[in-house]
Design a protein around this ligand. Sequence first.
Ligand code: PLP
Length: 462
Amino acid sequence: MKHDVNEYDAVAVIASDRKHVWHHITQHKQFEQNDPMVIVEGKGMRVWDAKGNEYLDMVSGGVWTVNVGYGRESIADAVRDQLVKMNYFAQSAGNIPAAQFAEKLIEKMPGMSRVYYSNSGSEANEKAFKIVRQIAHRKYGGKKHKILFRERDYHGTTITALSATGQFERKHQYGPFTPGFVEFPHCSEYRSQFGDVDDYGVRAALEMEKVILAEGPDTVGAVCLEPITAGGGVITPPQGYWDKIQEICKKYDILLHIDEVVCGLGRTGKWFGYQHYGIKPDMVTMAKGVASGYAAISCTVTTEAVFDAFKDDPSDRMSYFRDISTFGGCTAGPAAALANMKIIEDENLLENATQMGEYLMGRLHQLYDKYDVIGDVRGKGLFAGLELVKDRQSKEPVDESLAIAIAADCMKQGVIIGRTNRSFEQFNNTLCFSPALIVTQAELDQMIDALDNAFARLAPNA
Ligand code: PLP
């Protein structure tokens, strides 16, 4: 594929972008010092910028999103056909793709029953929080309204989703936050607070119980967790963790809300991350990979029991879920999601994610053997991270500038990799990799070569 840079005026596009667009999560010095990167085209695993540079994208559109790769005509056709036929009617009425996608989605999620549509991961989580709050009022006189979340987990950008987020770097200067959200400690085995112990997973889960007991179990309605912490450092759960978390939720009658915004659909080699750990959730939220970024869509999926909690109460005309989202479920989103799911099935992309994920982990471990700056290798399927440290013994994090320089070096070599959020804490330096589920061994090798070059140049062993 050859990118045609003559189809527009690259200098003008870059100038307009630089002058008028406020890019997400970008420091002003970047606006001032550099030309912005303007991505103009994508095909398969590759994207091109306005200057005609080609990149191998190992982060699926920057933030774990384009799971089936770029340039999928079947998705574009499905969206176009749907929009011409019926573009919009509010979700108080149904539409064909919304019904069809909900049915297919529920088939992949035994135990789950209802799909509530919205437009982004943050919004899907907000819906789940509202469900918990309303159940608290309907069933528990408003008492069981608190929602627990974990240090290092991210649940979105709105003020309430941030209130449920355990990352200082995302929350700093955005308070005051919504009351009733309570944090408990992370479960990073690498950064274990108990030393080297056999039952780390159980101990980490018991930290949640301590917080429940301190708050009062009759005040806690739900816990919201990522199956694998993504932006907080690609933190995979330790052995035994999820069994204990579920046991505690049952014990205190607490709803389990799993945030699959990154892990769903297929990123970890199963449809959902929670399906690796025997988790039986009450609510699951998802967004990014649902339509691989071809249209905006997110879902809050619940069990029938959660749905039933909103059954009409003749004595209370306000008893139903009084929530609405203008664009949720209408109609490009579910049309794109249906076509996206068909690609994952037809091309056996869950299998590819599993096989290529194993290959990727093997290659990352080879880098670990070669460079002392790599403190830990973590991941599941096509979702992996390398945590960088000054010293393997002390685990002191490297300076953030090193992670930035390594990512920039890879970019110069034509490979886009990711970094977890900028932070003032210990977890700040994890490089992350989340290629589309179509990735090949040769493409993973290209990324590993780029990383190898970057480490050799910037972080050779002493
Ligand atoms: N939940 C998780 C785990 C995420 O990683 C994100 C975004 O990165 C969100 C929620 C928020 O999704 P959105 O940016 O679509 O609102």
